[in-house]
Design a protein around this ligand. Structure first.
Ligand code: ATP
Ligand code: MG
Length: 516
C-alpha cells in the first residue's frame, strides 16, 4: 500500500468538500425529491470509488448503554500489540488486573496492524451527542468508538479470521493479566438477605509456585505435564465427549504441602480458587446452587474431605466402634461434633452429582481438588478414577525436596559438605517439608546458612531417636499384649479342663443316681 490511510483521508476530504458544495447548490435550486435522488447516487458513486471498508466498535451498547465487552477486549489487544508505535496515549486504571495502569491510544490516533501479510488500520474516535441518555456509567455525552479500516478485497479474511484473532488474543491477554481471586462460600443460612451473595472473595496473592514446591522433580514434572495437557485439551475433551474438568486428590500427612500445591496450581494455571466449606452448606440443592455460581477457569477445593462431612462408610463404622470402646455410651465430645455437622445435609450422592453429574456441565475448564490426611478413610466411590483422575501423594521430605528447600530458604544452589549427612538422616526418619523448612529458617539475623543446616541435622537426630524410642515402646507393648493373650489362653484352657471335669462328674451322678 503506497498511500497511508491519513493521506487517503485528506484526498477523500477534498472530494467530500466538492460534493458538499454541489449539495449546497442543490439545496438552493432543487426540490427535496430531486435532492434525495442525487444524494443516493453520489453515495453510490463514492462507495464505488472508495475501496476501503470500515467497521466500528462502540464503547457503549444496548438500550441502557452498558459497556461493550468487545470494545474492551479490542482495546487490550491494541494496547498490547501496537501501543509503542502511537505518540498520544491515554492512561486508564483497570479493575482486577495485575497491571492496573493500561495505556491505550488516544482519540484521533491510528495504529497499523498486519495479519497474514494484510495491513489494517485502527483508529480511536468519539462523537459528542447533544442529548444525555440514561447510562450506568458517569455522565458523558461523548460516544467513543474504534474504527477498523481495511481494503475491500480482504473482506472475508478480516471479517472472519482477523477479528476472531483480535478477540482471542485480547481475551488471552486479559486473562493473563487478571488478578486472581479466592472465593469462599457464605453459610447457606445467610443467603436470604438483601444483596447477599453465595460466595465472598478477595484477591489471591499466594507466592507458592512449582519452582519453590519441595517434592521429587520427576513427580513435579508429571503433575505439570498433566496440567498443561488439561489446559490445552479443549478439542480433546470435546472429541471424546467428556466435560472439560479434572479431579485431583492430594493426600498425605499434615505439613507435606497439599495446600501449598493448590496455590502453586492456581498460579500456574492462572485460575481462581473456590474454597468450598461443605459443613456450612445446608443440603444438596444448595450445593448445586453454589456450583452454578462458579466461573470457568477455576479450581474448586474441598480441604480435609474426610472431616468435612459424614461421607464415608468407614467413618460410620468407626463411630460405632468408638461407642463400644466407651462401654456402649456415646463419647460426649464426638456427639457434640456430630450435632454441629447435622446442620449440613449434603450427602455422598449429592457430592458425587456435584462433581460429575449433569450439573458439572455448566461452565468448563475446571479443576476439582480434594485434600485428606487419611486416604484410606474415604469412600472408594468418591475417589475412583474418572472422578479424581489424578491421585497425588504428598509425602515426607526426601533429599531432592530438601535441596529445593535449601535453595528457597538459604540460597544454596550447590552441593554442601553437610548434605550427605542430611541425606542419610532424611532416609532414616520421617520429617515433613514444613518441619524441614522451619528448621532451615534462621533463628536470628546473625545465624549463617551453615548453622541452619546444623540446626536441621540436630532436629533430624532428635526426630530419629524419638521415632526409635516410639518403635521400641510399641514393640514392648506388642510383646506385653501377646503375653497377655497367651496367658488368657492358658487360663481359658484350665477353665475348659475344669468345666469338662465337672461335666463328666455330673454325667456320672446322673447315671448312678444320688451318691452317698
Ligand atoms: N512440599 C512443600 N514445599 C514447600 N513448602 C512446603 C511444602 N510442604 C510444606 N511446606 C511449608 O509448610 C507450610 C505448611 O504446608 P501446607 O499447609 O501446604 O501443608 P498441608 O499438607 O496442607 O497440611 P495440612 O494437612 O495440615 O493441611 C507451608 O506454608 C509451606 O511453607
Ligand atoms: Mg492444608
Amino acid at each position: 500500500m503506497a498511500m497511508g490511510i491519513g493521506e487517503l483521508w485528506s484526498q477523500m476530504g477534498s472530494i467530500m468538500a466538492s460534493i458538499m458544495f454541489v449539495y449546497a447548490m442543490y439545496d438552493r435550486f432543487f426540490p427535496p425529491h430531486i435532492r434525495r435522488y442525487a444524494l443516493k447516487y453520489t453515495t453510490k458513486f463514492t462507495n464505488l470509488m472508495y475501496p476501503y471498508i470500515q467497521i466500528t466498535f462502540h464503547e457503549l451498547s444496548g438500550e441502557r448503554l452498558k459497556r461493550n465487552e468487545t470494545y474492551k477486549v479490542i482495546q487490550t489487544y491494541l494496547s498490547a500489540n501496537s501501543s509503542q508505535r502511537v505518540r498520544k496515549l491515554k492512561a486508564e486504571v483497570v479493575k482486577d488486573s495485575q497491571t492496573p495502569l493500561v495505556l491505550t491510544m488516544d482519540d484521533n490516533q491510528e495504529i497499523v496492524d498486519e495479519f497474514n501479510g494484510v495491513k489494517v488500520w485502527w483508529s480511536a474516535n468519539h462523537i459528542t451527542s447533544q442529548s444525555q441518555p440514561f447510562s450506568y456509567y458517569p455522565a458523558s455525552n461523548e460516544k467513543r468508538f474504534l474504527t477498523l479500516t481495511f481494503h475491500k478485497r480482504h473482506r472475508d479474511l478480516i471479517t472472519t479470521s482477523y477479528i476472531q484473532h483480535v478477540l482471542e488474543q485480547g481475551k488471552a491477554i486479559t486473562l493473563k493479566n487478571r488478578q486472581l481471586k479466592i472465593y469462599t462460600n457464605n453459610p447457606s443460612n445467610n443467603w436470604g438477605g438483601y444483596r447477599s451473595t453465595k460466595w465472598s472473595h478477595t484477591t489471591f496473592e499466594h507466592p507458592a509456585r512449582f519452582e519453590t514446591l519441595a517434592m521429587e522433580p520427576e513427580k513435579k514434572e508429571e503433575i505439570i505435564n498433566d496440567l498443561v495437557k488439561f489446559k490445552n485439551g479443549k478439542e480433546y475433551y470435546a472429541k471424546v465427549g467428556k466435560a472439560w474438568k479434572r479431579g485431583y486428590l492430594l493426600f498425605g500427612p499434615p505439613g507435606t504441602g497439599k495446600s501449598t500445591m493448590i496455590s502453586a496450581i492456581a498460579n500456574f494455571m492462572n485460575y481462581d480458587v473456590y474454597d468450598l466449606e461443605l459443613t456450612t452448606v445446608k443440603d444438596n440443592n444448595d450445593l448445586k446452587r453454589l456450583l452454578i455460581e462458579t466461573s470457568s477457569k477455576s479450581i474448586i477445593v474441598i480441604e480435609d474431605i474426610d472431616c468435612s462431612l459424614e461421607l464415608t462408610g468407614q467413618r460410620k463404622k468407626k463411630t460405632e466402634k468408638d461407642n463400644d470402646e466407651n462401654g456402649g455410651k456415646p463419647d460426649p465430645i464426638k456427639e457434640a461434633d456430630k450435632e454441629d455437622k447435622k446442620e449440613s445435609k449434603v450427602t455422598l450422592s449429592g457430592l458425587l452429582n456435584f462433581i460429575d453429574g449433569i450439573w458439572s456441565a455448566c461452565g468448563a475448564e475446571r479443576i476439582i481438588i480434594f485434600t485428606t490426611n487419611f486416604v484410606d478413610k474415604l469412600d472408594p466411590a468418591l475417589i475412583r478414577r474418572g472422578r479424581m483422575d489424578n491421585h497425588i501423594e504428598m509425602s515426607y521430605c526426601g533429599y531432592q525436596a530438601f535441596k529445593i528447600l535449601a535453595r528457597n530458604y538459604l540460597d544454596i544452589e550447590y552441593h554442601h559438605d553437610l548434605f550427605p549427612i542430611i541425606e542419610k538422616l532424611l532416609g532414616e526418619t520421617n520429617m515433613t517439608p514444613a518441619d524441614v523448612a522451619e528448621n532451615l529458617m534462621p533463628n536470628s539475623i546473625t545465624e549463617d546458612f551453615e548453622t541452619c543446616l546444623k540446626n536441621l541435622i540436630h532436629s533430624l537426630e532428635i526426630a530419629k531417636k524419638a521415632a526409635m524410642d516410639e518403635e521400641e515402646k510399641k514393640k514392648a507393648e506388642d510383646e506385653e499384649a501377646q503375653l497377655k493373650v497367651e496367658k488368657d489362653k492358658q487360663e481359658l484352657t484350665q477353665e475348659e479342663v475344669k468345666v469338662k471335669a465337672d461335666g463328666i462328674l455330673e454325667k456320672k451322678v446322673k447315671e448312678n443316681g444320688v451318691t452317698n
